[in-house]
Write a protein that binds this ligand. Structure first.
Ligand SMILES: CC(C)(COP(=O)(O)OP(=O)(O)OC[C@H]1O[C@@H](n2cnc3c(N)ncnc32)[C@H](O)[C@@H]1OP(=O)(O)O)[C@@H](O)C(=O)NCCC(=O)NCCS
Length: 329
């Protein structure tokens, strides 16, 4: 039974980046060996990215999720067995099935029979996962949720396509959301428009034991750029209005870390000063569903985000999907 004064609150955050840090120059050197030309200068100027991390060959998305989850559980100071809901947002799951969330539950040693499932909303995945977990908790279905964004995008990058392979990285971020009488997640807004599915996609499937179509990420960068800038501002305003707040009330803007130019353009449209935007794209690249919880954890751990402050998260990605939440930390 839903209670009107029941909220979900963030009680811990965690994140993890694989050990292999690859600078733009490292990547340019690797690509040059196969005749693909790029440069640190081009990547920094067009995206703001300086480096990204790539998972080791034997490291899977659930492995990255495990490290981030353990950090979040430790920060929250909870017994893992109190987690009765696990949601993993990912577009690069370990397997077709079972879900990465079920694999993660097992790796965490949780045996309480709580619910576990993946959300597939590409780079908006974490926004979708937070809104879903918040609804489940406020509806009284669950009490303590582990919400993770985890990706190994390096596995679906075509390293012969310089327009995409320089943009993405691997990583994971996690939050523990718990039922509380005190406000936490104040509002959420989610949207999708499947008519734009072809501008950002990995259009392959497994059919009779072989991959049919392409298992590589394809993107029309300029089309994505234009649509992203348009929808991010709108969904941010929608989430703020639902929370009865204005951009001036926002202490920290945490956009999906795709490209510094998209991020700055949204912040300017919202009139949020750039110094109130958390930026990790330079060091992480675009880690898709992991980018927002990674940035959140960085800013919580370095002391920028404090209890009681308002944080606006917003994501956009393949589908086309987009979403935002306003969180009182
Ligand atoms: C991908 C993106 C950085 C490309 O920037 P852009 O300014 O649109 O660049 P263009 O695609 O017009 O390409 C400009 C030139 O750079 C070249 N180029 C593309 N990638 C390059 C690379 N890695 N290194 C060097 N040159 C490159 C192109 O071939 C083109 O050359 P030409 O003018 O000789 O044809 C930009 O479109 C973008 O950020 N889009 C959004 C991507 C995104 O965020 N996706 C995820 C959303 S969740």
């Amino acid at each position: 039974m839903a209670q009107s004064n029941l909220y979900s609150r963030v009680i811990g955050t965690g994140s993890y980046l694989p050990a292999d840090r690859v600078t733009n120059q490292d990547l340019a050197d690797r690509l040059a060996k196969q005749g693909v030309e790029t440069s640190d200068e081009w990547i920094v100027a067009r995206t703001g990215i300086h480096a990204r991390h790539f998972a080791a060959p034997n490291e899977t998305t659930s492995d990255l999720a495990l490290h981030a989850s353990r950090n979040a559980i430790e920060a929250a100071g909870i017994d893992p067995d109190s987690i009765d809901l696990i949601i993993v947002a990912t577009s690069t799951p370990d397997f077709v099935f079972p879900s990465t969330a079920c694999l993660l539950q097992n790796k965490l040693g949780i045996k309480n029979g709580g619910a576990a499932f993946d959300i597939q909303a590409v780079c908006s995945g974490f926004a979708y996962a937070v809104a879903t977990a918040d609804s489940f908790i406020r509806g009284g279905m669950n009490r303590t949720a582990l919400v993770v964004g985890a990706e190994t995008f390096s596995r679906i990058l075509d390293f012969n396509d310089r327009t995409t392979c320089v943009l993405f990285g691997d990583g994971a971020g996690a939050v523990i959301l718990q039922a509380s009488d005190e406000p936490g997640v104040l509002s959420s807004a989610l949207h999708a428009d499947g008519s734009h599915s072809s501008i950002l996609c990995t259009p392959g499937n497994v059919n009779k034991g072989v991959i049919e179509g392409s298992a590589f990420l394809h993107m029309d960068g300029q089309a994505v750029f234009k649509l992203a800038v348009k929808v991010l501002e709108k969904v941010a305003v929608e989430a703020l209005e639902k929370a009865r707040l204005t951009p001036g009330d926002i202490d920290w803007l945490i956009p999906h870390q795709a490209n510094i130019r998209i991020m700055e353009s949204t912040a300017k449209k919202l009139h949020v000063p750039l110094e109130r935007m958390v930026v990790t794209v330079g060091e992480h690249g675009n880690t898709s569903a992991a980018s927002i919880p990674l940035a959140l954890d960085v800013a919580v751990r370095d002391g920028r985000i404090k209890r009681g402050q308002h944080v606006l998260i917003e994501g956009v990605g393949g589908g086309f999907t987009w979403g935002a939440s306003v969180i009182r930390y």
